[in-house]
Design a protein around this ligand. Sequence first.
Ligand code: F6R
Length: 243
Amino acid sequence: FKDSKEPSILVAQEIADLIRAKEKQNKPCVLGLATGSSPIKVYEELVRMHKEEGLSFANVITFNLDEYYPMEQGNIQSYYYFMHEHLFNHVDILPENVNVPSGTVSSENLYQYCIDYEMKIQAVGGLDFQLLGIGRTGHIGFNEPGSHLNSGTRSITLDHITRVDAAPAFLGIENVPRKAITMGIGTVLKAKRIILLGWGGNKASILKETIEGNINSEVPATYLQNHNNTTFLIDEAAASELT
Ligand code: F6R
């Protein structure tokens, strides 16, 4: 695509179609959601559809991919805050249907918390749709290089490049948390449908490795090559290194 506008609208339409199809079947629509700059226009369009076209989120259950650890919900750098700011505060989703990994769980309870998050996704029937961005390390969610194919929700140490990229939002790398909670590669790959968004020239080289390279844990996004219902929507700048 020329830029991120048209594909973002296409993704929002696909999500809206899925929400409405599930509503007709009287079933919940389970969405896996991402934060960061890549999905912002998708959320803008979903909010517009809610306000102008009556798209209801009453049957939607969401699970966010990740959260910094430790991190307070009220902190403006939290992914909890981001999701409310960009989507949840503007639509009719039920608060009890919103799931963002908690950055405030005590370290003793963290292991069990992650298992419970994973079980909760399974208990509602698994992810119908997963939205992804990609980090310059090749991470999806916060599955940094070295992440295992079968990994589940867990705590992870952030890669240095990821912390460098987050530094402006935290006004300095020293303020960027060293850890995060993330859904695993295994969690993501169980989704029935996956869309990855990539905009801009700074994603060009990692997208080339992800799409054209061999599947390997050093570029966790390459695991998506084996998923049977994944689409990458990228703009011209992000596609500029593809052969
Ligand atoms: C965020 C997430 C990350 C981002 C990735 C790209 O929830 O899971 O994998 O998608 O770091 O971030 P942006 O979109 O800001 O370039």
